[in-house]
Ligand binder design. Sequence first.
Ligand code: NAP
Length: 279
Amino acid sequence: MTDVPRIPLAGVIGSPVAHSRSPSLHGYWLRRYAIKGFYIPMDVGQADLKEALAVLPKLGFVGLNVTIPHKETILSLADIVTDRAALIGAANTLIFRKDGRVFADNTDGSGFIANLRQHAPGWAPSAGPAVVFGAGGAARAIVAALIEVGVPEIRVANRTRARAEALRSDFGAKIHVYDWVQSEMFLEGATTVVNTTALGMTGKPEFKVPMASLNPKALVTDLVYTPLRTAFLDQAEQAGCTVVDGLGMLLHQAAPGFERWFGTRPDVDAATRAAVLSS
Ligand code: NAP
């Protein structure tokens, strides 16, 4: 009998998962690089998560993306967790290794930085303080990444102050916690400004923070990408800032998983962006 290689399968697990752009992104890359493989969205509830991880590798799955609400709980089910995923407290990419072990990583932070490097090549992270709005799961990945690229100080403001305080105790003295109402003070002199909250997303309340003291030399970016151009980015652009939308982060965070599962490093370029936007 000839040894026919199995067609590699990957996918995204979450609940709900129908909104995910990952299937159209990975599907586009599979077609573009003529790779025999499939990427499948799977709505998996909390109660079935452990069983899914046990069964999927046996069915030919080589790995998964993990989305809400499993990004945190997946860590306790993985056999190997990278240092950065452990520090962030969440994973978004799993590799099913040939030895049967499940490897968990978090690529949100590297995707965030790659997006800024691509669309704002003049950005100098060490030039001054960063402001991070929000202290949820995504904020933890952004803070870890900003520290890694040498941002000297990170000012965090979150609706629930206790979550911002938790960031400070986990990430150390570079983190300074402020209240939303202090925006005039903490935006002063910041050279990187990031919205990591869900505010501004279609169906959510608008992001409303006084931005009069925004430095026109700052790079301003939003993790929200539906809509692509948020009111937060419009406001920053009107103030003279360089702005970068959040879609590129989604594309870049996906590239390492695709490479590990399917063996080709995909390009994150205008064609990729257009393919996802038109899906
Ligand atoms: P999360 O853990 O649920 O955190 C949500 C954050 O938004 C918290 O800081 C929360 O504040 C804040 N928030 C929500 N509703 C608010 C309101 N009405 N007023 C003030 N603050 C509010 O979610 P996450 O995983 O961090 O994701 C956050 C956003 O990033 C989402 O829009 C997500 O789609 C986006 N994201 C984008 C990418 C990308 O690739 N571009 C990747 C990951 C995430 P509290 O702590 O006070 O609740």
